[in-house]
Design a protein around this ligand. Structure first.
Ligand code: UD1
Ligand code: UDP
Length: 362
């Protein structure tokens, strides 16, 4: 029976795997083994997703996290190579653009094991982003490239990737949003439990390296959110990277103005997103979820891989240079809606992926 090894390690990858793994399990004659690199390790960055989203426990946990990019990726590469040499899977599947993604793809490609990349073809065209390097190299190593959007497909064609390798399947995060909608609904109103009224707060997330590790940008973001909080409560589930940087940079005053909570699970996050007046974020996944739930979004970055949402008026791109500009953009987004578009498929990306993999391995 063909064996797929799927490498995951960071929060969004658990959510993507939750959408796809159960579909693979339904295909007769395919077996999937989950490998957790350990990149995200706090209970609220990892375990909570396995518990809430019925993801099978990983068969292998490498326990590798932290350190600079080269060291982290290098340790993962070495451990994954050893594992793949011992286990000889028929295919390795990776998601997105993290260091775990690149390590999985590179280890497999060097051993001539075909790689399937889910969320292939995304580009910010900014090579200062670690994720951009990870994406480009992963796509180059991949045999099967599953793209979430027409733009991603065009990007790969533009780079000369052979047409036969590209499968435009839609976005697995859309599948996840549909699959877990009822479960999230049953969880109830998370915002109310935090004392926040429906439609009466801004939900923010910040974790991108270009924002957290640049004190000027981080101060603009936290300062902008603090200015918004004078008018509308701001709820910030705080990523551990951002907490560490903000505390080190002495941003206590700005943080004190915000409603800060620990990172929340996917079901709770879905409720918080749905009830927000505006979402302000530098997350890739959260930009799309804002759109899925019909909530206006302000993206605190210089560029986005999900440009269709900006073009359709769901998302405004605000480079984090100045607190006042960020405040104005967030408050101006209240009550706005974009055009009716369907750029992320029909919610059956996981079915397409499972069927294509079965075909490739038959
Ligand atoms: C990583 C990905 C990013 C993705 C994000 C999703 C890379 C290069 N970056 O960024 O693309 O959008 O995950 O959230 O792979 N930490 C903890 N506990 C945890 C996890 C992290 O304390 O459970 C702290 C550690 O100090 C760690 C730091 O956060 O060194 C950064 O974590 P890391 O995984 O390197 O990067 P992220 O910013 O999470
Ligand atoms: N998310 C979550 N809890 C949080 C913040 C985010 O469950 O406290 C979810 C969010 O709903 C989305 C995913 O994590 O599904 C996005 O991951 P993240 O922002 O960490 O990474 P990115 O998408 O930018 O790579």
């Amino acid at each position: 029976m063909p064996r797929i090894f799927t490498v995951i390690g960071a929060r969004p990858q658990f959510i993507k795997a939750a959408a796809v793994s159960h579909r693979i399990a339904e295909v007769p004659g395919l077996s999937e083994t989950l490998v957790h690199t350990g990149q995200h390790y706090d209970a609220n960055m990892s375990d909570v997703f396995f518990d809430e989203l019925d993801i099978p426990a990983p068969a292998h946990h490498l326990g590798i996290a932290g350190g600079p990019h080269g060291a982290m990726t290098g340790r993962m590469l070495s451990a994954l190579e050893e594992l793949f040499m011992a286990e000889r899977p028929d295919m390795v599947m990776v998601y997105g653009d993290t260091n775990s993604t690149l390590a999985g793809a590179l280890a497999a490609a060097k051993l001539h094991i075909p790689v399937a990349h889910v969320e292939a073809g995304l580009r910010s065209f900014n090579k200062r982003m670690p994720e951009e390097i990870n994406r480009i190299l992963t796509d180059q190593c991949s045999e099967r490239l599953f793209t979430p959007t027409a733009t991603a497909t065009r990007n790969l064609r533009g780079e000369g990737v052979p047409e036969a390798r590209i499968v435009e399947c839609g976005d697995v995060m859309f599948d996840a949003a549909l699959r877990f909608a009822a479960k999230a609904e049953a969880r109830g109103a998370g915002a109310a439990q935090l004392g926040l009224g429906r439609g009466e707060y801004v939900l923010a997330t910040v974790h991108r390296q270009e924002n957290t590790d640049d004190p000027v940008r981080l101060a603009a973001i936290m300062g902008g959110l603090a200015l918004v909080a004078a008018e509308l409560p701001v709820l910030l589930p705080l990523h551990p990277r951002t907490r560490a940087r903000a505390e080190a940079a002495n941003m206590a005053d700005a943080l004190a103005a915000l409603h800060i909570v620990e990172p929340v699970g996917y079901l709770g996050m879905t409720g918080l997103e749905k009830d927000a007046a505006v979402i302000a974020t530098d997350s890739g996944g959260v930009q799309k979820e804002a759109f899925f739930h019909g909530v206006p979004c302000v993206t605190l970055r210089d560029e986005t891989e999900w440009g269709e949402l900006v073009e359709a008026g769901w998302n405004s791109l605000i480079p984090p240079g100045d607190a006042g500009t960020i405040r104005d953009a967030i408050l101006a987004a209240r009550g706005t809606r974009g055009a009716e578009i369907t750029p992320y498929g029909t919610g059956n990306a996981a079915d397409i992926i499972a069927a294509e993999i079965a075909k490739a391995l038959s």
